[in-house]
Write a protein that binds this ligand. Structure first.
Ligand code: SF4
Length: 343
């Protein structure tokens, strides 16, 4: 990812967090980036949520539950029951379910007790129905002809599978009378956003179609370009889709889009957060620009750790500026997850 692609992606996330209009006016919105399935990773995700459900989700803490844990939580009974009677057959060995049960109990999301040889479970609280919609955005600031072809293929796969409720492409606005992206051969079901990264604004120039997330989807495995070979497809059943959507939403809930601080080096003495009217961005004082995630690592030639005295308790920011940056980004993430306790 080039510096401008990373900067563009952060700009789209900032814009979405500030300006996104959900399909239902009362939906709560939060944004995440770089998430998906093993088949597909989206650049930006917008989650539209039931506000009450989102608040109840916060009672389970900030950490995501994976599919196996969700299987347990969503079916955990209100009263004590043998786990095999309470939970539907998972389709994989029960010993893995037992592991998930213990993990859920360790996270205080479930109660367990032993009756003879049997493990019984009871939920601590009901896992809420909090996710309404997932909007997926692919960011392509510079859309060359070959990038447009690859993207068209990818978007057709997204539309056929229907895992997200909407798919969009975001590209840099050119200011031309007809934006060139509209001339690309994209599926009509995909929306198009043109983004002015300088001003931090975006304009939906083509509205997407809402995809049928509750219907079976088609996973396109292979689509040969010649006329002789047949394309290969795989059927994606609605239960698989529902499970994947919730697992993606859980990871989005935990990570948000400011998780870059986890992989970059805010503990480097050159690392800053810069704010302007469009939002807050990482900035490298040594390179005098927004660094990419790839270059801002311990292996960076200009990396200089904060002097130890900066990290001394109470000087002048507790834990040093690097820790303060992480806390600030975490506070901002928590702001769009109502009900989560302050750290
Ligand atoms: S000098 Fe390197 S490690 Fe330090 S902030 Fe800049 S890019 Fe990151």
């Amino acid at each position: 990812m080039t510096a401008s692609e990373f900067a563009f992606e952060l700009c789209v996330c900032q814009w979405a967090e500030r300006e996104w209009s959900p399909a239902r006016d009362d939906s709560a919105v939060f944004v995440a980036r770089q998430l998906g399935t093993k088949y597909r990773r989206w650049d930006t995700l917008i989650l539209e949520c039931d506000p009450d459900g989102l608040r109840r989700r916060a009672e389970f803490g900030a950490t995501a539950f994976d599919s196996d844990l969700l299987h347990v939580l969503r079916h955990a009974p209100a009263d004590w029951q043998f786990y095999r009677d309470a939970l539907p057959d998972p389709g994989y060995p029960w010993r893995y379910v037992r592991e998930s049960i213990h993990e859920a109990a360790d996270r205080d999301a479930l109660e367990t007790r032993k009756r003879g040889n049997r493990i019984e479970i009871r939920r601590r609280r009901e896992y809420p129905d909090w996710l309404r919609r997932i909007v997926a955005i692919e960011n392509k600031p510079d859309l060359s002809a070959s990038a447009a072809r690859d993207l068209a293929d990818q978007l057709e796969r997204d539309v056929a599978l229907g895992l997200a409720d909407e798919v969009w492409v975001a590209t840099a606005a050119t200011g031309e009378r007809i934006e060139p992206i509209l001339l690309s051969d994209f599926p009509a079901a995909a929306g198009v956003l043109t983004v002015d990264a300088e001003r931090g604004t975006a304009d939906p120039v083509w509205q997407p179609r809402t995809l049928a997330v509750s219907d079976p989807g088609t996973r396109i495995l292979d689509r040969p370009t010649d006329d002789a070979s047949a394309a290969r497809f795989e059927y994606a059943d609605p239960d698989w889709k529902a499970e994947k959507r919730l697992a993606i939403a859980e990871r989005a809930y935990e990570r948000g889009w400011r998780a870059y601080a986890e992989t970059m080096r805010p503990d480097c003495r050159h690392f800053r957060l810069r704010a302007d009217e469009t939002g807050v961005y990482p900035h490298c004082a040594a390179k005098e620009r927004l660094p990419t995630q790839k270059e801002c690592r311990g292996s960076c030639h200009e990396y200089e750790p904060e002097p130890p005295v900066w990290r001394t308790r109470g000087w002048p920011i507790e834990g040093g500026p690097g820790a303060a940056i992480k806390r600030l980004l975490d506070r901002r993430r928590r702001r769009s997850r109502p009900g989560l306790a302050e750290k």
